[in-house]
Design a protein around this ligand. Structure first.
Ligand SMILES: Cc1cc2nc3c(=O)[nH]c(=O)nc-3n(C[C@H](O)[C@H](O)[C@H](O)COP(=O)(O)OP(=O)(O)OC[C@H]3O[C@@H](n4cnc5c(N)ncnc54)[C@H](O)[C@@H]3O)c2cc1C
Ligand SMILES: O=C1O[C@H](CO)C(O)=C1O
Length: 525
């Protein structure tokens, strides 16, 4: 179809802003196709006119990876459920969807079939293609990236061709598409493997930072789902652990801090401590922590609750924020946390920089079996992933050296540790992050860490690839790039990804935001 024939799906004056409101852009043209043919036509027109296309899902990626001044495409209108196939004897089902569908829409649909998505991050607002494309994860010693639950994908590549991908059809391209950063094609369909609906029985308790480190060896495999929120200035952590259950959900614990008034009050305290007097920050944390968790039971004496899986996984992420999350071998956790704790304490004493809370400490198990697992004996409360595929995405940022072992013998040596350094932007104020994020990234990098592709990692002028400016020319929160490190970290996997990228997109239709791609080693300069 000629561009003129696509007018009904085209906007000329659209302004994009990401969820956090950090980045915005005015693309030349904004497309919301309703069919795969329309997607293909836009790609063919872009190729013919030498234009590039960025595909945006729900715009929840904190970084500037969806920013473009050329063509922007969104699939919110390509969001239907296409099919649902149940494999009762194997205790799973496959739901096929158009790729613009949001995760919460999948949650709602499969719940009507008494099934559930196997593992989720903190929210469900994202598009399914978006969470696949950046390595989105939850927090479990028995689950990996969301991409491991994907059975197949259909992409429109840079030639406008519609290509079906799965473990048998173009498996190498499938591996690239399972974490593609939108750089090899537009995901238009996905099939997601889901399991019989389950609730989660959880305990939430306050432990000390020392408790966390002392229990490190056994803590992370002590439940199927687990997350730790670290409050450095309070020297406390909130430990949340959950397991599948068929028990009936209990009444959720309400908190004034979750109300509109509570959130505005908290955001105002943060604004005062970010913009007016930064040494207030530790007092704000301790005050809010005490009010939120002061009555929560201590170690071994926490609150118990039962919730649906989605309600247990998802949380209120509060306000606009910078987030910088790195994944590294979980065994390195104690040394990392002691180092970060020291840096945070020193900075507080010297009034140099401050951190916000919670610092999220999570885990994943991205090791993969050599062949699909037999699931015939699973029950609703069985632990672990029912894999949609057992292929490692080339750009998987979790440690590649961990070896698979069956569920019952998983130890810390199979696990990835994620540390997520959130810095809020109260009322849109750009809190300074460069000093803290530089120390955070150096600490994580030394411990074998690599950044989550979607988040606000900064890199540095000596690790970037591509253009380098004077340090003073960068905004405080501006990514300097990690291209040199990324080439070193990903090695042959990056070479394979780049080759597939060039094969699927020979005219660089998807290489907009070239500067981001070069800076971070995704494309050859
Ligand atoms: C409040 C909040 C909480 C979060 N919680 C977590 C969490 O717990 N765990 C975690 O790992 N991450 C988390 N994230 C990060 C988030 O899951 C990722 O940034 C995710 O990629 C966002 O999905 P999206 O649909 O908004 O994608 P976008 O941000 O719109 O796009 C992300 C990338 O995917 C590409 N893309 C989008 N659609 C397509 C398509 N159809 N075909 C090809 N490429 C496409 C884009 O080009 C871009 O490169 C969170 C983010 C926020 C804001
Ligand atoms: O990127 C993320 O934001 C939230 C924290 O607010 C979360 O869990 C991420 O991951």
């Amino acid at each position: 179809m000629a561009l003129e024939a696509l007018e009904n799906i085209t906007q000329k004056d659209y302004k994009f802003k990401n969820w956090a409101g950090i980045y915005s852009c005015k693309p030349q043209l904004y497309f919301q196709p309703t069919t795969i043919d329309e997607v293909s036509s836009v790609v063919k027109n872009a190729r013919a006119l030498g234009k590039t296309i960025v595909t945006v899902g729900s715009g929840h990626s904190p970084s500037n990876m969806c920013i473009t001044n050329e063509w922007l495409m969104n699939l919110d209108k390509l969001n239907k459920v296409l099919g649902f196939e149940e494999f009762k004897d194997s205790h799973f089902a496959d739901v096929s969807v158009e790729a613009g569908i949001r995760v919460f829409q999948i949650n709602e649909y499969v719940a009507t079939k008494n099934y559930a998505v196997q593992n989720l991050g903190s929210i469900s607002e994202q598009s399914i293609a978006g969470i696949i494309s950046t390595g989105t994860h939850g927090s479990s010693p028995f689950h990996g990236l969301v991409s491991s639950n994907i059975v197949n994908l259909t992409i429109v590549n840079g030639l406008g061709e519609v290509v079906f991908l799965d473990s048998e059809n173009h498996p190498e391209v499938f591996r690239a598409a399972l974490l593609s950063l939108g750089k090899i094609g537009i995901i238009v369909r996905a099939t997601v493997r889901v399991v019989p609906a389950f609730n989660i029985k959880s305990t939430e308790e306050v432990i000390t930072f020392e408790d966390l480190l002392e229990s490190w060896d056994t803590l992370w495999t002590s439940s199927e789902f687990i997350r730790v929120w670290w409050y450095p200035y309070s020297r406390k952590c909130v430990l949340w652990r959950g397991n599948k259950t068929e028990d009936i959900p209990t009444k959720p614990r309400k908190s004034w801090w979750g109300t509109t008034l509570g959130r505005i009050f908290y955001e105002t305290l943060l604004w005062l401590s970010c913009k007016i007097y930064t040494p207030l920050t530790p007092y704000v944390e301790r005050f809010v922590f005490q009010r939120q968790y002061g009555k929560l039971g201590g170690k071994g004496n926490g609150n118990t609750a039962v919730a649906t899986s989605v309600k247990a996984f998802n949380m209120d992420c509060l306000f606009s924020q910078f987030v910088n999350e790195w994944g590294c071998p979980l065994e390195n956790g104690p040394q990392i946390l002691r180092s970060l704790d020291h840096s945070i304490s020193q900075a507080n004493q010297n009034k140099e920089f401050y951190v916000h809370v919670p610092m999220e400490i999570r885990c994943s198990n991205t090791t993969l079996p050599s062949e699909p697992l037999d699931t015939k004996n699973r029950t609703v409360t069985s632990r672990g992933t029912v894999y949609g595929n057992i292929l490692r995405p080339y750009l998987d940022n979790t440690p590649s050296g961990c070896r698979y072992t069956p569920l019952n013998s998983v130890t810390n040596s199979q696990l990835t540790l994620y540390i997520n350094a959130t810095i809020y932007r109260p009322f849109g104020y750009n809190t300074r992050i460069h000093e803290w994020y530089s120390i955070f990234e150096d600490t994580m990098s030394v411990a074998g860490g690599k950044p989550h592709w979607a988040k606000n990692f900064l890199g540095s002028t000596n690790n970037t690839a591509g253009e380098i400016k004077e340090e003073s020319e960068y905004d405080d929160f501006e990514g300097r790039g990690l291209g040199r490190k990324i080439k070193e970290w990903y090695g042959d996997d990056l070479v394979a990804f780049r080759n597939i990228r060039e094969q699927q997109d020979p005219d660089n239709v998807f290489l907009m935001n070239k500067e981001w791609a070069f800076r971070n080693g995704i494309a050859n300069e």
